[in-house]
Design a binder for this molecule. Structure first.
Ligand SMILES: *Cc1c(COP(=O)(O)O)cnc(C)c1O
Length: 825
């Protein structure tokens, strides 16, 4: 029955004894310790080093091969890469996980415990950064020549702790004691100018030329992280730039007694790559953030051009053939004027030729329609930090307005001011998204509905001007990390049922669809879910001290905390259930555990209030003996990739409840469904495409559609209408004004109520409340029929083929990059 197929591995099979020897060797020769002295951290380090021995050779081979053939490559520029841990992933992709587990077991060590020693590489905030990480996994797996460029942050996203229910941010020190995966490449250092002024130099017979006299120079030091494709045929790199002072230590200043001055310069320069801005929606508006963006773009563009020149000398017209540069959101937009500046000021090209090259090299991915999240920088700041780039932006803009906009809409100043890269506000601002859309040869949204809204609502005029420029590439997630590695039970069931090549061809999952009604298969599927819940319950107990029953429904919402994602809607539903239970102790409901994980941007007041409220509600509910453990609420601190890897496989219910039209795609939704959770969700982002694949009847779809949201907003939405009409809703909201959850401190949770009433309920929680409560009722009903539930869970997982990042990358490769695979034998 089982149609087991084996995928071929490129790395020579490693035996258990060999792996043992390699790890022991690394303990001795790499770390100067031994088996009896080593702690788990040392074992982790030694195991990583043993893995590197398998990886580095392949890395060199891939690199040589691509360089020799001068293949076209994609350069993925992203300010964020949310990598998580690499050991278990690399072992999986090298297909040596089992043998390593056995090897360590023989040495008295547990591989899972060793893997737990690894700090997450949390160089990202959320979905956008995790997408970049999934994409570079898929690029390597599919054998595409690719390089990821980002910043080597000393501190990744802050570590979240709770103090009396409130979020406290602590620094993340992922590489305090070094990191075995990264290789420093001093031979590829770059220098980055900043500040200063621009001089126009007139040369006899040649006209004028611009010279930027920088006021400061930074040094960019590259750190490479090998990215192992599944099957290890291709090993690409992620290149992360660290900033240092130009002269690490100024001896002249030092000798003249200026030790402190020398140190100040040094630490100022090192600040640039110090921290990841902990905000994924609005820009920090800080000089430092702009310099961060420029620093990493300048280093990356120079690095790209260095490689291009090695093979192509100064044949600049070939650049678009050899190089694709993908901008992950507008954060790396400065790469555009930077490439113009180098081609014109340094390489001596004329404007039209340089512009033609730029227009055929850059593509841009839009991730948001939220107006407050569209990046803008003040012209004054640009002028101070990047004076030459501002001139170039002005010139791009002026040519665009006079040659393109004026031609299409003669005399229409309103159009010009709307499409201009410069916003004529007080102060004047540079609109990064406009610069991207004007320059890029393709602009993509990240789910079908989002890409349509980009055309119709966000950039309708650009769409009229450039009718083939705006396209869609629906997001996806890597099945290696998000199924094979994080859910070994389900992966094994799939291997045995449909063969093990689903890992490389996720469409194969549909072969389990006929088994959805097979009771034996259902039982195995649900047993695996139960085991994952047991493991999760243990983590919950360790982390929070709360006991949860694995017979309860695990209802999970994990994602950044944002009002548009509507954790507060989930909150008022929980209060609704709690109130029902208090009013009627016999209230009949399947026990439910509501699990949350979310970080809030440190400056986002309302997000932090929601975390506080959920923690206070959790305290009360979890200790209320009257409700017979029918309800538990747990907010796990410090949501991150490695925690997510335990939560997705343990979830019964996936909360994807954003206001329709606001979640560009979502990728958490895909990870849940892939692991057999049922979705309660709005028709938003990729939920819509998931409903197409799964069948909406196998999900719990509720709430207003994109069109209905628009209509309601246009009509003038009034949350009080819902408040007064629904007594249960009213009583729940009024509860927030009492001191029930914050004894002797009434009003501590009132801001949540205010945001939903007085402040207008921007995200329409009250409008969707009733429909949401009903959908939850349907979940309760279905769960009582375990076989019916199992059937739907299997239908969900089996329908996820489309949502894997290999498919996304194939879409980018054909629709945008025109990229060819270059598999290494
Ligand atoms: C997948 C993922 C996200 C994105 O979740 P959404 O629900 O799509 O917002 C954020 N953070 C982590 C750690 C993830 O793994």
């Amino acid at each position: 029955m089982a149609t087991k197929k084996t995928t071929k591995v490129a790395v020579p099979a490693v035996g258990c004894a060999e792996m043992q020897q390699a790890i022991i060797d690394r303990l001795h020769k790499g770390l100067g310790t031994d088996k009896d002295k080593a702690n788990n951290k040392a074992w982790w380090n030694a195991t990583c080093q043993a893995v590197n021995e398998l990886v580095f050779e392949k890395l060199t081979q891939t690199h040589q091969n691509h360089a020799e053939k001068d293949t076209r490559a994609v350069n993925y520029l992203s300010l964020e890469f949310l990598m998580g841990r690499l050991l278990s992933n690399n072992l999986q992709n090298l297909e040596v996980f089992d043998v390593t587990q056995e090897a360590l077991k023989g040495l008295g060590k547990d591989l899972y415990e060793i893997c737990d020693e690894e700090p997450d590489m949390a160089l990202g905030n959320g979905g956008l950064g995790r997408l970049a990480a999934c994409f570079i996994d898929s690029l390597a797996t599919l054998g595409y020549p690719a390089i990821g460029y980002g910043i080597h942050y000393e501190h990744g996203l802050f570590k979240q702790e709770f103090q009396d229910g409130r979020q406290i941010e602590r620094p993340d020190t992922w590489r305090e004691y070094g990191n075995p995966w990264e290789i420093c490449r001093p031979e590829s250092i770059q220098f980055v100018p900043l500040y200063g002024y621009v001089e126009t130099v007139y040369e006899q017979g040649k006209g004028s030329r611009k010279v930027w006299h920088a006021g400061q120079k930074l040094k960019g030091v590259p750190w490479d992280i090998p990215i192992v494709g599944y099957g290890a045929k291709t090993v690409n790199i992620l290149r992360l730039w660290e900033s240092r002072a130009h002269e690490a230590f100024d001896w002249d200043v030092f000798n003249a007694g200026g030790y402190v001055d020398a140190q100040t310069e040094k630490s100022k320069a090192e600040t640039i790559s110090k921290v990841l801005y902990p905000n994924d929606s609005t820009d920090a508006g800080k000089e430092l953030r702009l310099i961060q963006q420029y620093f990493f773009c300048a280093c990356s563009v120079k690095d790209i051009l260095r490689r291009f020149k090695r093979a192509n000398k100064e044949e600049w017209s070939l650049l678009p053939e050899k190089v694709a540069i993908q901008l992950n959101d507008t954060h790396p937009t400065i790469a555009i004027p930077e490439l113009m500046r180098i081609l014109i000021d340094e390489e001596g090209l004329e404007w039209p030729e340089a512009w033609e090259i730029c227009q055929n090299t850059f593509a841009y991915t839009n991730h948001t329609l939220l107006p407050e999240a569209l990046e803008k920088w003040s012209v004054a700041l640009f002028e101070k930090v990047l004076p030459r780039h501002l001139e170039i932006i002005y010139e791009i803009n002026s040519q665009f307005l006079t040659k393109v906009v004026e031609k299409k809409w003669p005399g229409d100043d309103a159009k010009k001011s709307k499409l201009s890269v410069i916003e004529e506000s007080q102060p004047r601002m540079v609109r990064m998204a406009n610069l991207c859309v004007i320059t890029a040869y393709k602009v993509n949204g990240v789910a079908a509905v989002h890409s349509e809204l980009v055309k119709t609502d966000l950039f309708p005029e650009f769409h009229e001007l450039f009718p083939t420029k705006l396209v869609n590439v629906t997001n996806g997630v890597t099945p290696r990390r998000w199924l094979k590695a994080c859910n070994p039970g389900l992966a094994t069931l799939l291997d045995e049922s449909i063969g093990d090549d689903w890992v490389l061809n996720l469409d194969k999952l549909k072969e389990i669809l006929p088994k959805a009604t097979d009771t034996a298969f259902q039982k195995r599927f649900m047993d695996i879910k139960k085991e994952n819940k047991v493991a999760m319950a243990k983590i919950i107990k360790e982390e929070t001290g709360v006991d949860v029953s694995v017979d309860a429904i695990f209802d999970v919402q994990i994602k950044r905390l944002h009002e548009y994602k509507r954790q507060q809607l989930n909150l008022i539903h929980i209060l609704t259930l709690y109130k029902r239970l208090l009013e009627d102790p016999d209230y009949d409901m399947v026990p439910r555990v509501f699990l949350f994980g979310a970080k809030a941007a440190p400056s986002y007041h309302m997000a932090k209030e929601i975390i506080f409220a959920l923690n206070k509600i959790a305290d009360k509910v979890n200790n209320d003996t009257r409700i017979n453990d029918k309800l538990k609420v747990v907010f796990l601190p410090n949501y991150r990739v490695s925690l997510a890897e335990h939560m997705f496989p343990a979830a019964d219910v996936s909360e994807q409840i954003s206001t329709a039209g606001l979640e560009a795609s979502g990728t958490g939704n895909m990870k849940f469904s892939l692991n057999g959770a049922l979705t309660i969700g709005t028709m938003d982002g990729a939920n819509i495409e998931m409903a197409e694949e799964i069948g909406a009847e196998h999900m719990f779809i509720f709430g207003l559609s994109v069109e209905e949201v628009k209509a309601l907003k246009a009509d003038g939405y009034n949350p009080y209408d819902y408040y007064y009409k629904n007594p249960e809703l009213k009583s729940v909201l009024d509860w927030l004004d009492s001191d029930f959850f914050t004894p002797s401190h009434p009003g501590l949770l009132s801001d949540i109520k205010r945001s939903l009433l007085e402040w207008g309920d921007e995200y329409l929680c009250l409008a969707d409340y009733e429909s949401y409560v009903n959908a939850h009722q349907a979940i309760d009903t279905l769960y009582r029929d375990q076989s019916a539930w199992a059937e739907k869970a299997i239908l969900n997982a089996g329908a996820m083929g489309k949502f894997n990042s290999d498919r996304s990358i194939e879409d980018y490769a054909t629709k945008i990059w025109n990229l060819k695979k270059f598999p290494i034998a």
